[in-house]
Design a protein around this ligand. Structure first.
Ligand code: PAF
Length: 280
């Protein structure tokens, strides 16, 4: 049966005890409201490690004041059950006051990379993500931590932080889990009304168009982006935030597509901002 822990000191002591006993620890950091994307990470972690710690913390430092922190969907009882069924041993649910007590001052930033792509419209977002992940890695002392490829920029930034700061864990990337019509699973999909939900399928459909073109031999990034843009333009409900081809090594825009290129998109449907991507 999964054990819920909310005190940081208790979580640290439990993780240290597991390590002393020679147990491997897998970590699945989340903000809750689980869908199959989350449970796929938990199942993989449970298969790879002796114990899995799932963390559930809606991290305030990665939300700007105008974003959806307060209305971010929550369901602790359902999440506890799903994490248990997916084989997690612990659900760590710290609160804001213990993660960021009065006088908190330390932040981790992967410079440059945090202000590209999603960082343009969400300037403090990745600083919050890297800071909370560094804290969770220190508290839970995992051998491996699991992240979904849907948040491609987050994944690349966390890998970079781990390399740059010589952190002692492996980052495991897991494929994006999709609805049957292609829409990437996201806790934010619940915000969509039926028309927006229908239009949202054009995001993955646009990426598929780009992929088809590249698989047919196109190497010019602009042509692949044009194909995706044309698909997204089929619905007036979609407002593109960005659609870019970048190098996975630098996050800088690239003229050519091929291995090591990421095509990333963020689009608004009403007030809801969805992201998706494709890598080659
Ligand atoms: O991907 C998320 O849900 C969050 O950004 C993460 C990694 C749990 C950090 O708060």
């Amino acid at each position: 049966m999964i054990q819920r822990i909310s005190a940081i000191e208790e979580m640290k002591a439990v993780a240290a005890g597991l390590r002393r006993d020679g147990k491997s620890i897998g970590l699945v950091p989340t903000m809750g409201y689980f869908h199959e994307g989350h449970t796929s990470l938990m199942l993989r972690s449970a298969a790879d490690n002796d114990d899995t710690i799932v963390t559930l913390f809606v991290n305030p430092t990665q939300f700007s004041p105008c974003e959806d922190l307060e209305k971010y969907p929550r369901n602790l009882e359902r999440d506890t059950k799903l994490a248990d069924e997916a084989g997690a041993s612990f659900l760590f649910t710290p609160d804001n006051a213990s993660m960021y007590p009065a006088g908190y001052k330390t932040y981790v930033t992967v410079e440059g990379w945090s202000s590209r792509l999603c960082g343009i419209s969400r300037p403090i977002h990745f600083r919050g993500v890297t800071t909370v992940c560094a804290k969770l890695f220190n508290i839970c002392a995992p051998d491996r931590a699991y992240f979904g490829m849907k948040d491609a920029q987050q994944l690349l930034i966390i890998k970079k932080m781990v390399r740059d700061l010589n952190m002692n864990l492996e980052i495991v990337a897991m494929p994006t889990v999709r609805e049957s019509d292609g829409l990437a699973m996201s806790s934010r999909n619940v915000y969509l009304n039926p028309e927006q939900r229908k239009a949202a399928t054009l995001i993955s459909a646009g990426l598929t168009e780009a992929k088809k073109l590249v698989e047919a031999g196109e190497t010019r990034a602009e042509k692949a982006l044009e194909a995706a843009r044309a698909k997204l333009a089929e619905s007036p409900l979609i407002k593109i935030d960005y659609l870019e081809a970048v190098s996975e090594d630098t996050l800088e825009p690239t003229q050519d597509v091929g291995p090591g290129t990421l095509i990333a998109v963020a689009a608004y449907l009403g007030a809801t901002r969805l992201i998706d991507n494709l890598s080659f």
